[in-house]
Design a protein around this ligand. Sequence first.
Ligand SMILES: [Zn+2]
Length: 464
Amino acid sequence: MKLGLVALVLVVAIALVIVSTQTGERQVSLVVTNGIVVTMDGGGRVIGNGAVAVDGSDIVAVDTAEAIQRQYRGTETVDAGGQVVLPGLINTHTHAPMVLYRGLADDLALMEWLTKYMFPAEAKTVSPEFVRAGTRLAALEMIQSGTTTYTDMYYFEEEIAKETKAAGLRGVLGQTVIQFPVADAKTPADALARAEAFITAFKGDPLITPAVAPHAMYTLDGATLMAARDLSMRHGVPTLIHVAETRDEVKIAQDQYKASPVGYLDGLGFLGPGVVAAHGVWVSAPEIAMLKQRGVGVSHNPESNMKLASGTAPVPGYLAAGVAIGLGTDGAASNNDLDMFEAMRTASLLHKLQTGDPRAVGARTALEMATMGGARALGMGDRIGSLEPGKRADLIVVSMNSARQTPMYDPISHLVYTTHGDDVRTTIVHGKVLMKDRKVLTLNEASVLSDARGWAEKVRAAVR
Ligand SMILES: [Zn+2]
């Protein structure tokens, strides 16, 4: 009798376990379900009616909606019916607070634009309060347009980091080092000390990767370039730099050092893993092979390069050589927005025109650059860039219901050739919902916009 009771209890217990498994009893924090899931994983898997289970900061499963429903129950659920779920977009080069200079000076070449407008405007307006207001505005725009990780080079980077964390975005944030006196540093030595303090304060942060950002080879001497590189190597953090952006830069390198910008930097011993080179426009085929060999990541910024008529980066060459290459918007003053969907579309169209080959930079390649390519360029390919178990839960949900998106034969075609940032409905970073159905939850939209308009009055007065 006693034995029979034990057996009965066992049978009931086993039955309960089976039932609980079948009805999805593993409690997780979030399930995004019923969407077309574009994983961007190694196999390029697209799941027609798929779901992503998230627990805390991480993705725990990516599968059919039915399979996820069987195994997981989300404390929170996002219904992505009629929408596409994809990894959050990765902006590999921008200057976030420069959104406050958006449209201030257009239709100029880089050197004139920088020296006559941007550097003077910055000298008169950049302050901790300015970069905080600018970062809030940039963060709002990025969340609204599906960017989940961005790479920054600016001043008072610790203030940018605080606002980025408060907004819930992931950032690779580089404290600028530049030869002349700027708002946050009188000398390059001050800037390097500031960069080190910033790295120490944010190293190990779950959202912020601190970095050092020596501006460019033409705004720094060789000793300072190498001091910045040594600092980032000592702390194991990225080095962000503008490289071979314009013909003027090539001329400066040739006149001063009898070398190309890439050749000069390599001669210094600057190039190696952890370096993220923005632009890389004026780079020869042997230099592309060398960048690959050195493990340098490249950020392609097609809209900024086109607007400033800087030139066309040899992107098909980078891709063929297997260089880790991502997409960037550059600062909003030279773009003029932070919409990574536009960056994808422009990259694809630009290289078709440039090469005369409509197969160049196809839709999947452009989407790859904006996701996994960017992750690899930043040295974060193991953590972000695709929807796979074990990676951080950075994902977006994009509506495919408007007239513009109808009909849909191929979601990847739509994401690159049709989608605008405004089509993003929901943005999730590190497992946290930052925007749901276009309502941003981590920023007060009205006050962010009114602060920005207030700063614009000061900018206007400064450049008058
Ligand atoms: Zn830039």
